[in-house]
Design a protein around this ligand. Sequence first.
Ligand SMILES: O=C(O)CCC(=O)C(=O)O
Ligand SMILES: [Fe+2]
Length: 486
Amino acid sequence: MDRYLSRKRPRSQPASIADDDDGDDDTSTDIKLAQLVSLFVEIPQDILLDILVSSGGSVQAAISTLTTQQHDGITRTGKRSASTIQTSLSAHILRSPKDPESSTPKKKEKEKTTRPPPPLIQKGKTLHLFAPEDIASHTPCTIIHNFLPAHEANALLLELLDESPHFSRYRFQLFDRTVQSPHSTSVYVSTPHDYNSHAQDYTYGGTYRSNVREATPHLRAVSARVQQAVNEHIQARIRDVYPDGKKLKYQSPRAWVPNAAFVNCYDGPAESVGYHSDELTYLGPRPVIGSLSLGVQREFRVRRIVPREEDPGVEGGDAGAGAGDDDDDDDREEATAGGGSAAEMRGHSQGQISIALPHNSLLIMHADMQEEWKHAIVPAQTITPHSLAGNRRINVTYRWYRDSLHPRNIPRCRCGAHAILKCPQRKRDTRGRYMWTCFMGHVPGKKGCGFFQWAEFDDDGEPLWKHPQAKNEQDENAPKLTSFAG
Ligand SMILES: O=C(O)CCC(=O)C(=O)O
Ligand SMILES: [Fe+2]
């Protein structure tokens, strides 16, 4: 075992604590707890920890809650009143003492349709969430712990660990540097035919895929379970969370049927992927992704993208070569940076949510995720080795590539390559729009042509080709990717 392992006591779960300093989570929590213990000596530590957790890690908020609640719920002997102290963050502290009505059903219903939830995290802080209901309330994700029967999860893990020596790291150009991803990966498709098509036609992160593999038996079998769970949770999210119980604009109304999977391997605590949104080129707008974690538990972080107040640069119209959106460069910079890049520091100023991803957990990234949030697997200070995987974490992201966005159908740039689909996230006036751009500038050794075209979609996210000739060029007979289910 290497020097990284378990230098510190692992955090006990569930944990939902906002820390000042990512690198000093345990210490700062202990100190905060000690402060509370010294002030409220008669209240058991586990209750104090609950309240600290529910207070987003703020000692001041915890003190104010404890003081208020001593009057109405907690006795001096430390017994909790079920109606006032609950372990769920969402059921508890998000109700500000100044806003006693904010958790009443009527008010909640109104909030659902009129404004986003109140900010949970202060700038620069990390809120750690573990409970599924908290994750569902405060992020665009659903988590299902112990998703597969244990033996199936282990069988898939072993199968993919065997595959992992074939994985590779992406290389791409970032200004004058050629950089590579700080973890290894491969894409899996269903049939040998798809394999050939995928290897020749599809790109990711600006380069054609050299590393495409055919789905392994367990990867295929598990996809059926993932498919069922994802479809159920999509419907639940539409019903319970989205305005008026309706799917989002551009979200597909069709059943989600995975036909591609990225498998990622993080070998040791230093391997990571920086903040990014997943490329939309073949997924289309408002995609849903089913992400299964196996092996070592790692931390998944998400943060909402806050549009920049200032809009330097002009985001152009149709002629808009170099349309002025630099999200893409942010993504590339962040996705390869272990931490501390300029783009990442910008992110830190907004606060983030950390979600623990233990072995055999399924995280569903819903349709409200990619366009409005970024996600990352951050380098870990400590990890607890897994009995089968040692230091390694395997992650499978099951994806549904739309037939209509087959590489043969999408616009080509002046370099002759197909363009990639992006959603500008940071600029207020172009948020919610989509664009096709040239990616060749990010391929090592190549220069881009600056191609740019706004992308148009119908309400269900199917492309509306702008120019008639583009529509004519669409190859209706382009081979479709076969779903894992066959
Ligand atoms: O490893 C993970 O959980 C996330 C991987 C990821 O973000 C990706 O493949 O795009
Ligand atoms: Fe991703």
